[in-house]
Design a binder for this molecule. Structure first.
Ligand SMILES: Cc1ncc(COP(=O)(O)O)c(C=O)c1O
Length: 448
């Protein structure tokens, strides 16, 4: 090993040691694997990954395909073909958008869009809890924090980009998109706003024919860019679409394999047809069941053991939470992601893994309040949910008893919203619950 490698190894080891000492879990890629226990943890919302129908549709398309394997190059060189454009056109038709572009994953799409499309002098407004692929790309291109009274916006000469998710899969809450669109209309001169909605966790499962949250709210035409990851409900690795003409990554990476196009077409056959509706109905039914059950079952336990919701820490949050809950109830919106909030997330996940579940803890810095994130699927049954909740209650009872004996039960839990440092200032309450951050794009750098 060279001196340089050994210095590098040492510094990486030191980082891991510090992480261990601070109590953060060490992440491992060698498990847990998919098990025979019911799935309460994957993003396979419609249970398509095990669908015999999807398998059949794909195999019949694959058997007659002239090309099935690697694309052999990037889209601008050898890696193009009719199949890709035909799928994009199908997606344009399905999502009723103006254009579509397939990328290899949601992360790649977000990074490409957010690092390339906003121009010098533009303003980016985003929720601090948006997906890290958006946050990192936004922050990477920004120069300074800008006030909402940015001169170019007031003069109507710049563009205000707004980055928002449809549903936030860590907390399972929906963004108040209607309010955001209304506020943007009120505050930003016409033609100077660009609202982007990441539909990763709503694509395929909400809205008419599974077209998503924007379609459900009837906001088509008011949203400028939608990003649909096809790796969640669509149950396919990566592959999503959004509108953009300039994306460096488009020219520098190999196109997805031809096989992927056949899989995605088969997914779309199901999602847009009667079987898709049947699966969405099943999902909605089981999600509602799953919300009601733990709410009662966990009532005896203090938040130091397990809780389903974050207590609001500010009066304004309580009002906004109530308004959001009322609107969700009106729209019958139930997120399939249900967080089990607990300071002992790693311990709970280990317990569930011992019971055969494919559980994982989500901890700081990914989230501020650690949790085991449970996800419902169309294929889950009520009996499976009953059994799973029973297991969590068993763990919580034991943990509660041990904590009481050790005198730890009454301690205060730090449950705060947002991930940013300025959340306590309460200055940016203009749009919605969480911390809003506005940045100006670096003016000295040409982005395209
Ligand atoms: C909101 C959101 N956007 C984008 C992504 C990235 O999608 P992909 O897994 O296709 O890279 C995720 C994945 O977890 C996500 O939750």
């Amino acid at each position: 090993m060279s001196a340089q490698e050994s210095a590098l190894t040492k510094s990486l080891d030191a980082i891991m040691t510090r992480r261990k000492q601070s109590g953060l879990p060490l992440l491992a890629i060698d498990g847990p694997f998919l098990s025979s226990a019911p799935d309460f943890f994957s993003n396979d919302y419609l249970s398509l990954s095990t669908s015999p129908l999807l398998r059949e549709l794909f195999l019949s398309k694959a058997l007659s395909a002239s090309r099935l394997f690697g694309a052999t190059g990037c889209r601008l060189a050898t890696g193009s073909g009719e199949g890709y454009r035909a799928l994009e056109e199908r997606l344009v038709h399905f999502f009723q958008s103006l254009d579509a572009l397939l990328r290899t994953s949601g992360c790649v799409a977000n990074e490409a869009f957010w690092s390339m499309v906003p121009q010098p002098g533009n303003v980016l407004i985003f929720d601090q809890l948006v997906h890290s692929s958006i946050r990192e790309a936004v922050l990477g291109g920004c120069f300074e924090e800008a006030p909402c009274t940015h001169a170019q916006i007031m003069q109507g000469s710049g563009t205000v980009f707004v980055a928002i998710e449809s549903v936030y899969s860590m907390d399972g809450d929906f963004s108040p998109l209607e309010d955001i669109v209304r506020t943007v209309d009120e505050l930003v001169p016409k033609g100077h706003a660009h609202i982007c909605v990441d539909e990763a966790h709503t694509s395929g499962i909400f809205g008419p024919d599974g077209r998503g949250y924007v379609a459900l709210l009837g906001l088509k035409g008011r949203i400028h860019t939608m990003m649909h990851t096809l790796g969640k409900a669509w149950r396919h690795r990566g592959g999503q679409f959004y509108l953009v003409d300039y994306a460096k990554a488009f020219g520098y990476t190999t196109t997805m394999a031809h096989m992927d196009v056949y899989i995605l077409n088969s997914c779309l056959d199901i999602i847009s047809g009667p079987k898709g509706q049947e699966l969405r109905n099943k999902l909605s039914h089981i999600v509602q069941y799953a919300y009601a059950l733990p709410r009662n079952a966990f009532r005896p336990f203090p938040a130091q053991i397990v809780a389903l919701t974050l207590p609001s820490t500010r009066a304004s949050d309580i009002d906004l939470d109530r308004a959001a809950a009322k609107r969700s109830a009106e729209l019958k919106l139930y997120s399939p992601a249900i967080p089990l909030l607990t300071p002992h997330a790693v311990e709970l996940a280990e317990y569930l893994i011992d019971c055969g579940y494919n559980a994982g803890a989500v901890t700081y810095p990914a989230v501020k309040v650690s949790r085991v994130r449970v996800i419902m699927h169309a294929g889950n049954t009520q009996a499976e949910v009953d059994r799973f909740v029973e297991k969590v209650v068993e763990w919580a009872t034991e943990k509660d008893q041990t904590s009481s004996q050790e005198g730890n039960r009454g301690g205060e839990v730090l449950l705060r919203r947002g991930t940013g440092s300025n959340e306590e200032q309460g200055t940016n309450t203009c749009l919605y619950i969480r911390t809003i951050v506005a940045f100006k794009v670096e003016t000295s750098e040409e982005r395209i």
